[in-house]
Design a protein around this ligand. Sequence first.
Ligand SMILES: [Zn+2]
Length: 200
Amino acid sequence: MIIEIIKSSISILDALELYSSIDVGSINTRKKRFNICCPFHNDRNPSFTIYTDTNRFRCWSGCNEGKTGDVIDLVALSLNTSKSNAIKILRNKLSKKHLGDEFLTELKQKMKKNKLLADIHYNFEQEVKEAIDTLSRLDRLISKKLTQIKTIEHLNKFGDLYHLKPTINYWLDSLLENDVSIVFYTLKDAKTFLERLNYK
Ligand SMILES: [Zn+2]
């Protein structure tokens, strides 16, 4: 728990200010992510990204294999000490407020909510994946059927498939869109259609 408290109550920027040679006051820190010169290697072009949304950092050059991590890793690297020592140092930095019951309850609720959101996101992704699989299979099946149309009787029987194919292809395209709302409504339409068709 102490690790979660540290990660959620001490910012990367505060740690940089306190434990590294970086002068945080001279940086525009309002953006979600921005680059500064890496404090861990001789960096001429700013290649050290600070992620204020996730409270993490990453060096994209110079530091072997790209050093990346959280506020604890940052302090361990800055002070050239172990992770457990960095945790001890940061623990001492925490105020009484951060170790109080009220803060802990709030933190636990926040973590629960984040877990819930991650679960919802995962389930949605799974549903999208399944829909893409099912529609792709259906698309292949329709293509096969269409090549088998040789007579007028066949055409009467399977002709409707000609109209279905573009719709399925449109859904397949839309399910791969970046826009979540497009994916969401496409999934809804596709699922309704597949349920009516009873095709799995
Ligand atoms: Zn570096």
